[in-house]
Design a protein around this ligand. Structure first.
Ligand code: HEM
Length: 555
């Protein structure tokens, strides 16, 4: 896809859609030219009406680049929207910029000051999500947390997740599961590395695949108390990859809701989403049925509250079943929440780990420094359990400041969710006394651009320099928990990611072990600087190519 305009043309060229679209397109063009002026006049009037008693009522809308009729600014957005939006913002709105993608108004936020206004000062106004046919179908309503509009359902579901599923205590209770999974991955890599002896070609490991199965198995153990098995694991990861672009918020039918109203386009999108939902249904119903068949007889014999569940029964499905009545949870809501956990838990952490490995392999001095820290601090043999790989445990990581700095730097430079998730303005709002944002505007916070902006990070903003986060470094006091608006990998405010602890625990222990146990090299004939960094945009950014590296067992 060269850009969104091309994507639009491609949807139109779908064999069944083309002829059916002619009459609505014609009507659309007529309607568009007639109504454009009226719309502008109405909008101006609306702003004036809303603000009769408001000193700010003469505030302008945020700046916009010149637009095309009908398409608005769609033609300016390339296949990596966060990159296009950064270039546009530099020229037209370094803090705030108002675009029109088709018929959809979009506010682009590109500075910490503007991000703070949206995510803290006016959080209550911007805490909703735009409606989309895709989330309506794939996420059952949406009955999940991540895409639900702001309101009672979202509040309840969010409370359930933050007080029952992703608490600090619960995340700690998965420590053994994490360590076991790390141990399994280390054994697999060690086996591959050992196979290289006796003159055989050096083993090449698909690092992305290993990390993907690691985060996948961890999420499965949290959700259902055990790994998913190879086939389910593959199915799950493929489903996530297929869903991510649709949830990224750059879908044609969202730009042209009036086209969708004519039916044809919405039918195409609906059919695509329904196929996806059917695949999710099969998987999630299977998982819930499995656990329900264990839980129901237990609950019938002696009803158990969540606090009475034994540790080994504290998987998410079990907990959801035990609080089902208290929260009035339907089967659909349960599936939607599980989908959020899989979606949030698998791809994001795997992607972060993969990008971190690339940064390390491309910067041997950083890799050496990190290896020195994890190798110095390790006390592996005291912890080794029978039949398990000798790994660094989570308790060994407490004082590893460089490990944390490397992960933070990776979160900064390689934001896995570059535009966070789309927000929606629920009412008209004036920002910083600078500009007025109407109600019903989709809001994209370009966390990727903000985190690479030399105005806030210095001249080396585009460089991978973990030292900036160490004591005495320029960003020593900057954290990712939503109080520093130049660094928002998990966002801030009401919609902030509730999975931070879950993600960070997995990433830290895995990265520490990957670099402690092995030295990593590029396959023969390849140089680290040649790693292909082409990416596919979605809610989570993916690299297109596999990351193949050669592990060498460290003596
Ligand atoms: C490196 C890992 C992760 C990153 C970078 C990340 C990032 C994000 C971001 C940027 C958002 C959107 C915030 C907004 O719209 O303002 C989000 C939302 C969310 N994340 Fe994460 N996430 C990660 C891991 C996880 C994990 C492990 C889980 C669960 C197990 C999770 C569950 C969620 C949920 C449920 C939401 C929706 C929150 C809401 O709308 O109220 N995430 N995450």
């Amino acid at each position: 896809m060269a850009n969104l305009l091309l994507q639009f043309m491609r949807e139109l060229m779908a064999p069944r859609a083309w002829f059916l679209l002619l009459p609505p397109l014609f009507l659309l063009l007529v309607r568009y030219s007639v109504s454009r002026k009226q719309q502008r006049a109405r909008k101006r009037q609306q702003l004036d009406d809303e603000d009769e008693d408001d000193d700010d009522h003469h505030l302008p809308l945020p700046p916009s680049p010149p637009a095309l009729p009908l398409f608005g600014h769609l033609h300016l957005i390339g296949s990596l929207p966060h990159v296009s939006l950064r270039s546009l913002a530099t020229k037209h709105g370094p803090d705030l910029m108002l675009l029109r993608l088709g018929a959809m108004p979009v506010l682009v936020v590109s500075s910490p000051r503007a991000a703070e206004a949206v995510l803290r000062t006016h959080d209550h106004v911007f805490a909703s999500r735009p409606h989309s046919l895709v989330t309506e179908v794939v996420l059952y309503g949406p009955s999940d947390i991540g895409f639900a509009p702001y309101g009672d359902h979202w509040r309840k579901a969010r409370k359930l997740v933050t007080t029952h599923l992703l608490t600090v205590r619960r995340v700690q209770s998965f420590r053994h599961a994490r360590e076991e999974e790390v141990s399994t991955v280390m054994a697999e890599i060690a086996e591959a590395a050992a196979a290289a002896g006796g003159g055989a070609a050096p083993p090449v490991v698909d690092v992305g695949e290993l990390l993907g199965s690691f985060t996948n198995d961890l999420a499965c153990r949290a959700v259902m108390g055990k790994s998913s098995g190879r086939i389910r694991s593959k199915l799950l990861r493929q489903l996530i990859v297929d869903t991510s672009p649709l949830l990224g918020g750059f879908n044609v039918e969202e730009f042209f809701p009036f086209l969708a109203r004519f039916g044809v386009l919405s039918k195409v999108v609906r059919a695509k989403s329904e196929r996806l939902r059917k695949r999710w249904d099969e998987l999630l119903d299977g998982l819930i049925d499995d656990r329900e068949s264990m839980y129901e007889p237990m609950a019938a014999a002696a009803p158990v509250s969540e606090s009475e569940l034994k540790d080994e029964d504290q998987d998410f499905i079990h907990i959801l079943l035990s609080v089902r009545d208290e929260y009035g949870l339907s089967r659909e809501s349960m599936k939607a929440i599980l989908l959020d956990v899989f979606f949030g838990g698998i791809d994001t952490a795997a992607s972060l780990l993969e990008y971190t490995m690339i940064e390390l392999i491309q910067r041997p001095h950083v890799m050496k420094k990190l290896q020195a820290e994890v190798r110095r601090s390790s006390l592996p043999h005291q912890h080794q359990q029978q039949g398990q790989e000798d790994i660094l445990r989570e308790a060994d990581l407490t004082n590893m400041a460089y490990l944390r700095a490397v992960i933070k730097e990776s979160l900064r430079l390689r934001a896995v969710a570059p535009l966070l998730a789309p927000h929606l303005s629920m009412a008209r709002c004036t920002i910083d006394g600078l500009a007025a944002v109407p109600a019903g505007v989709r809001v994209l916070i370009n966390a990727w651009a903000i985190a690479r902006d030399a105005r806030f990070w210095g001249q080396d903003a585009e460089e991978f320099v973990p030292e900036r986060f160490l004591d005495g470094g320029s960003a020593a006091d900057v954290g990712f928990r939503g109080t520093d608006f130049q660094f928002l990998p998990f966002s801030a405010g009401r919609r902030q990611c509730p999975g931070i602890n879950f993600a960070m625990a997995a990433v830290e222990v895995m990265l520490a072990n990957l670099v402690r146990r092995f030295d990593w090299e590029m396959p023969a004939g390849k140089a680290a600087r040649d790693i292909d960094m082409s990416e596919v945009f979605g809610l989570v950014l993916h690299r297109k190519e596999k990351l193949l590296l050669v592990p060498k067992l460290c003596a």
